[in-house]
Design a protein around this ligand. Structure first.
Ligand code: ZN
Length: 60
């Protein structure tokens, strides 16, 4: 079994882990009701997507 010759330095480890951060969640305003929603997803408030009523609107 291959064994590392040297222990990974803190700098090397941290430099590698800079690519691990989760991307920020993108939000944009719904064209129908104006509430914030994620792109390419049905609006949670009014149930619209791509100009049509896709699911029932949230009560209240
Ligand atoms: Zn909406």
């Amino acid at each position: 079994m291959a064994v590392p010759k040297r222990r990974t330095s803190k700098r090397k480890k941290r430099a590698r882990n800079t690519h691990k951060i989760a991307p920020a969640i993108v939000m944009q305003a719904c064209p129908k009701c104006g509430s914030m929603k994620r792109p390419h997803r049905v609006c949670q408030e009014c149930g619209f997507y791509a100009g049509k009523q896709r699911v029932a609107a949230r009560e209240g």
